[in-house]
Write a protein that binds this ligand. Structure first.
Ligand SMILES: Cc1cc2nc3c(=O)[nH]c(=O)nc-3n(C[C@H](O)[C@H](O)[C@H](O)COP(=O)(O)OP(=O)(O)OC[C@H]3O[C@@H](n4cnc5c(N)ncnc54)[C@H](O)[C@@H]3O)c2cc1C
Length: 473
């Protein structure tokens, strides 16, 4: 049954173990002063008009869960993510996007594993998919392990729990132990957590080659949530006062997973990398779709700041605006191109993996900092030094702030614009976003490795051979 925002909020009052700042356990995430805002952001997705479609097999379900079969389906998915991000004030809403990225990759890889090893993972994945779509669930994906010494493989780590692993095999399922990190929303806000392997494995890593799903209130599962410094204790928060997503250190303390929720386990270690990589491809497509929309926050803020300062037509400002337009449009073009030339794998459309998703994602990794640079340059030092909101609302001070902060527009208007620019360019949120734009949806190195491994050099090689053949020795 499709759910409303209220249904979703009721569903996450389920006794899950969540900690926020100082070791205190959060009794109810839906009323907690900080985490409830992340819950509300997730909940808003369930009230979006037209968010459902009629699926021939599953009835009326969320468009996020529509399995892409062709270019059109991928283009629709890009637009869905782009438009929802705009709808939610430029902030991505992850709770059905990331879960569907994981489900599509599990559908593809489960078939390959079954063919090679005679297992029945595909049936399990589809049964779980049916459960998810029919109950309209919010999902987190915990892929990133804590990883310990990065130079060592999972089984080579000094502490064997640096990658999540199977510690016991029972008749009715497996017991896993370890921790995942950076789990967005998911952790403390989702109904279900899908766990995927982070990397390619070798035979010695087979205890670590595991994929499964568990409800967020499963015994032994614990979420230690990041401090939301962009809002918590910050009276100057603007967008962050009403919207943010939270990440957690997600602990699996001897968590039991029944067999019907296990989607990869041990013996198939040689396909763990393919599962990690297929998920990453979908998730990078999601990334460039939402990042294009988020770029509007920076482009729009830069434009308004330029107007407020009376410099909209200055040549250097126009240069920055061009850079920001390029940043946004390269993301959009990448998403559309990836949809136009999909790979069809096991009957499912994968956004063009080696090239377009990675090119755009790498552009975002490298150039978000230039976008921030441009915004700060246009805004001026005010965004680091301006009076606080508390001063602004004190009538005694406000008359001066209003008078002396005027630019090409009146002081109140400029103060308002610069408050948002401060959040986007000189705040905890900016630091968080900058880190996210470099690391979220996989590090730069991972994108480069993926692109180089799959890139087809044929055209370039043929051209060079043709040109070299002109040289007579
Ligand atoms: C805001 C945000 C949200 C996120 N949400 C999610 C989520 O919902 N689910 C999820 O699973 N993950 C999530 N991630 C995790 C994201 O995918 C990782 O941050 C990314 O994969 C990099 O891993 P890391 O942060 O552990 O950095 P590290 O892997 O520690 O990287 C640090 C540096 O070490 C380098 N490095 C790492 N390993 C090696 C090696 N073997 N050899 C040489 N160099 C190496 C890296 O290239 C990088 O330069 C999120 C991250 C952020 C920032």
């Amino acid at each position: 049954m499709p759910r409303s925002a209220a249904d979703y909020i009721n569903s996450v009052r389920d006794g899950r173990v969540v900690y926020y700042r100082g070791g205190k356990r959060v009794d109810d995430i839906t009323t907690h002063p900080i985490i409830s805002i992340a819950v509300k952001h997730a909940a808003d997705l369930f009230d979006v008009k037209d968010r459902l479609y009629d699926d021939p097999n599953y009835g009326r379900i969320s468009r996020y869960f529509k399995v892409p079969r062709n270019t059109n389906d991928l283009l629709e998915r890009y637009k869905l993510i782009y438009e929802d991000t705009l709808r939610f004030d430029g902030l991505f809403n992850i709770v059905q996007a990331i879960g569907s990225d994981a489900l599509f990759s599990l559908m593809i890889v489960a078939r390959k594993v079954d063919r090679k090893y005679g297992t029945n993972y595909y049936d399990r994945v589809m049964k779980y998919y049916e459960y998810v779509v029919k109950n309209d669930l919010a999902i987190a994906v915990a892929q990133t392990d804590v990883k310990g010494n990065r130079a060592k493989r999972p089984h080579e780590q000094e502490d064997r729990d640096m990658y999540l692993r199977v510690v016991e095999v029972r008749d009715d399922g497996i017991v896993v132990n370890g921790a995942k990190i950076h789990t967005t929303q998911g952790g403390p806000v989702a109904n279900e957590i899908i766990v995927l392997p982070y990397r390619a494995m070798v035979e010695g890593d087979k205890d670590y080659a595991v994929a499964f799903a568990v409800p967020a209130n499963t015994k032994g599962l614990k979420f230690i949530v990041r401090p939301v410094l962009e809002y918590d204790g910050n009276p100057n928060a603007v967008n962050a006062a009403s919207r943010f997503e939270v990440e957690s250190l997600t602990i699996f303390d001897h968590v039991f997973v029944p067999w019907d929720r296990v989607f990869m386990f041990g013996g198939e270690w040689d396909l763990a990398g393919q599962l990690a990589w297929t998920f990453a491809t979908y998730h990078r497509f999601t990334a460039i779709s939402y990042r294009a929309a988020t770029a509007n926050l920076y482009l729009g803020a830069a434009l308004y700041a330029a107007r407020a300062n009376g410099i909209e037509n200055a040549p250097h400002v126009r240069d920055w605006l061009v850079q920001m337009i390029m940043y946004k449009e390269i993301m959009r073009m990448g998403a559309m191109a990836a949809a136009l030339e999909p790979w069809i794998d096991e009957g499912i459309a994968v956004p063009n993996p080696p090239v377009y998703t990675n090119v755009s994602k790498l552009y975002a990794n490298a150039h978000f900092i230039d976008v921030v640079h441009g915004l700060i340059d246009i805004a001026g030092g005010l965004i680091a030094t301006m009076p606080s909101h508390d001063d602004y609302i004190n009538p005694e001070e406000r008359q001066y702030i209003s008078k002396y902060l005027r630019g090409a527009v009146d002081g109140d208007t400029r103060y308002k614009i610069m408050s948002l620019v401060r959040e986007l360019g000189a705040s905890h949120l900016m630091g968080y976003l900058l880190t996210a734009m470099i690391h979220a949806e996989g590090s730069e190195a991972a994108s480069k490795i993926g692109m180089l491994r799959e890139y087809n050099y044929k055209e370039a090689e043929e051209l060079i051979n043709k040109v070299l053949s002109k040289i007579k020795l």
